[in-house]
Design a protein around this ligand. Structure first.
Ligand SMILES: [Zn+2]
Length: 149
């Protein structure tokens, strides 16, 4: 399932990626992969009432990203898998690659390097992730989406 986020839902797209979901973001004037390849199931979250006639469209009313997560919770909850959390770059929506610890030493703070053993990196922007990066945001979201359900 692909969760396409329309313009004005960039923060929501980042939250979904944090949860490991495939969440492309449509910037103003761009239309990358919309609709996706034939046969690929998708939902299209938008803040624009005029676009609600499109296939898969779901209108998001709140302007607060944390409330937006709640609004769409029923749609994303079945796709959340705790093993998929932190498998995707929050900036690029690209799947992260495993990386050897030695290889990323120059790119992470010394404290982080010494206190973590598993690191992943984004093949697109080279950002380095480790267990615990974004943990606070992630825990907040997981609690919101599945925690009390
Ligand atoms: Zn990236």
């Amino acid at each position: 399932m692909i969760f396409i986020c329309d313009v004005m839902l960039g923060k929501l797209a980042r939250f979904l990626r944090m949860l490991g979901l495939d969440a492309p973001y449509i910037r103003q004037g761009e239309n990358p992969g919309f609709p996706p390849e034939e046969g690929v199931p998708f939902l299209f979250f938008t803040k624009t009432t005029a676009k609600t006639g499109r296939p898969g469209a779901i209108l998001v009313r709140s302007i607060d990203p944390q409330e937006q997560i709640l609004e769409i919770r029923e749609y994303i909850a079945p796709y959340i898998n705790s093993a998929a959390v932190m498998t995707r770059c929050i900036e690029c929506n690209v799947l992260l690659a495993e990386v050897r610890k030695e290889d990323i030493e120059p790119f992470v703070p010394e404290y982080i390097y010494h206190h973590h053993n598993e690191f992943r990196t984004c093949p697109s922007c080279r950002k380095v992730y480790w267990e615990g990066s974004h943990a606070d945001d992630m825990n907040m979201m997981i609690t919101k989406v599945i925690g009390d359900g």
